[in-house]
Design a protein around this ligand. Sequence first.
Ligand code: GLV
Ligand code: MN
Ligand code: MN
Length: 401
Amino acid sequence: MLAHGMLAGLDEIAGTGRDARRGGYSRHLWQGADLELRAWFTERAERLGLMVATDRNGNLWAWWGEPGPGAVVTGSHLDSVPGGGAYDGPLGVVSAFEAIGRLQASGFVPSRPVAVLVFAEEEGSRFGIACLGSRLMTGGIDADRARALVDPDGVTLAEAAVRAGVDPERLGADREALGRIGLFIELHVEQGRGLIDLGRPVAVASSILAHGRWRLTVTGQGNHAGATLMPGRRDPMVAAARAVVAVHEASSAIPGARATVGRLEVVPGGTNVIASTVHAWLDARCETDAGTRALVAAITARVEEAVGLNGCSVSVTEESWTGTVTFDHGLRECFGRELGGVPFLPTGAGHDAGVLAASVPSAMLFVRNPTGISHSPEEFAEADDCVAGIDALETLLRSLL
Ligand code: GLV
Ligand code: MN
Ligand code: MN
């Protein structure tokens, strides 16, 4: 099953979507690498005799048995952040296929429908909203708003859907697809150091921090870089630099808070041009909904003060929001029993399982990441730990089916 120290399925897709400039992988919704991965998914599923279907929101399903209500569904996503690692998403998909392959090889006959599910645009790397496929399915984002989202090249989600063969008019809450999910299990590489510290290979997720994304638009006065003296400039780049420091300082003062600016867009963006506008995207997270709201309020106040020092103004627009998720207690108890003494861990990372949790019983398994690093090419999982994750998933599927 293992080649080059990685799961065979990860080996099969190891060359897809490599990013020579950033390092790691850039696999974005309905672009070259994502389309290749969807073709790989179909071929991999067909090798197991599964029936593949794409739903109204571009999520990919592979059914073992007739699609139907009460299904045990497992999977994750195949898209990545820009320059991401090999495991975030694909590990859950590959492990789902491995676990089903083992059940089949042992002659196991499931008593309920089973599916492997890949959610579209989990990272929000192309259209800006994380977990877009699961939000659309559950009605967590308005379909008109989703259709109008634009990628960095100005292509709308509606246009991209048409090019990918998905009818944009049918995007949106999909009661039929959601109604088939009896429960959802997402296996995922751990994004943090919990399992390193515990010295264990696998954990069950307990909760996800409240989190969201906000666009900070800093406005100043565009002008000529050579003809404009330093005094009196209203340079939004300088103001944005102060804003980024303000985000860091405001969040550092609140225990447990996390806030990040990982993306800037400079308008117009010329070496000899004082910018007129800078867009900065804020990702903010805290344990509770109220704590996260308070964090963003504190950040907003500090940022407004900071940009004013350069004669600039700022507007803050919420682009997405996910409240604190507590995973299904019944499933957690069941996993604890079946996996004897498995640890439970909270996470600061968002997941489709967290979005689904409001609609159907959902759960997650984490596999140890010995670097503790994720959303980076340094993300890793040892082959033996991946096998322990598949063992756990197989055990759970056997008990739930
Ligand atoms: C997804 O990985 C997120 O936590 O943003
Ligand atoms: Mn991720
Ligand atoms: Mn992920």
